[in-house]
Design a protein. Structure first.
Ligand code: CO8
Length: 258
């Protein structure tokens, strides 16, 4: 598959997608989002792939939706196209884990795309923000919703109302990112993390992801019930038998992803 706005490669059992519009700081134009969806579809369908890393450049993960593309659109255009949710949300329907490796700017739609991933590893130069208000609009792909769940109302409200950017340190303190690493180590670290996840039982990895995501959608009681049922179902996998046998026999497990 030939892509124009992203680079797609595999590193062992990890699928790596690099946003690649350097002249526009990886602004998320419609063709890029379409290609991202196609690349995710291909990795989802590939049984050799156990986890996916989404990254950008050292200067920008993505500086937002493409303002030049948006600037001429009317209300009817964006409403009728359902601009541009049909595409972006593919990230959130991925069953395999998607790690965002963020360096530089993750602004507007860029911050929203990072938050759609399962977790964010940030380089020390990362900057997160929802600056849409400064161009007369507002977040439209989860900025007011997901950011609030990550960092709480006060910080989310301030960021969305002022466009202030968060440094990597502030983002880690606030719980937006899981870890900060030196810029030079970002990709290696994200790939190593993804490789570790891909070495686990694939069905169990999917069950964990499903269960953690449930906590955002349902009450604690319902979430705990869901977790218990899914926990029980891990006992139907060969990998649970193998994992526990390996522990008892003091050896490494050989998961067969079933
Ligand atoms: N869209 C289009 N082009 C962009 C964007 C963007 N978001 N960001 C940067 N670029 C382009 C610039 O126009 C410039 O191009 P050119 O060389 O042709 O003039 C090139 O990238 C380099 O940018 P700068 O010269 O501005 O670089 P600086 O290092 O001086 O500044 C900044 C970097 C601070 C990141 C600056 O580029 C900036 O402020 N960018 C815009 C950030 C922004 O406002 N993002 C939010 C966009 S709106 C949005 O994301 C809404 C999402 C809603 C989604 C709804 C879906 C349903």
């Amino acid at each position: 598959m030939a892509y124009e706005n992203i680079l797609v490669e595999t590193r062992g059992s990890v699928g790596l997608i690099t946003l690649n519009r350097p002249k526009a700081l990886n602004a998320l134009c419609t063709p890029l989002i379409r290609e991202l969806g196609q690349a995710l579809d291909a990795f989802e369908a590939d049984a050799e792939i156990g986890a996916i890393v989404l990254t950008g450049s050292e200067k920008a993960f993505a500086a937002g939706a493409d303002i030049k593309e948006m600037s001429g659109k009317s209300y009817m255009d964006v409403y009728m196209e359902d601009f541009i949710t049909n595409g972006w949300e593919r990230i959130t329907t991925c069953r395999k884990p998607v790690i965002a490796a963020v360096a530089g700017y993750a602004l507007g739609g860029g911050c929203e795309v990072a938050m759609m991933c399962d977790f964010i590893i940030a380089a020390d130069n990362a900057r997160f923000g929802q600056p849409e208000i400064t161009i007369g609009t507002m977040p439209g792909a989860g900025g007011t919703q997901r950011l609030t769940r990550f960092v709480g109302k006060s910080k989310a409200m301030e960021m969305c109302l002022t466009g202030r950017q968060m440094t990597a340190e502030e983002a880690e303190r606030a719980g937006l990112v899981s870890r900060i690493v030196p810029l030079a180590d970002l990709l290696d670290d994200a790939l190593k993390t993804a490789t570790r996840i891909a070495s686990m039982s694939r069905p169990v990895v999917m069950m964990v992801k499903e269960s953690v995501n449930r906590s955002y959608e349902v009450s604690l009681k319902e979430g705990l019930l869901f977790e218990r049922r899914v926990f029980h179902s891990t006992f139907a996998t060969e990998d649970q038998k193998e994992g526990m046998a390996a522990f008892v026999e003091k050896r490494q497990p050989n998961f067969r992803h079933r």
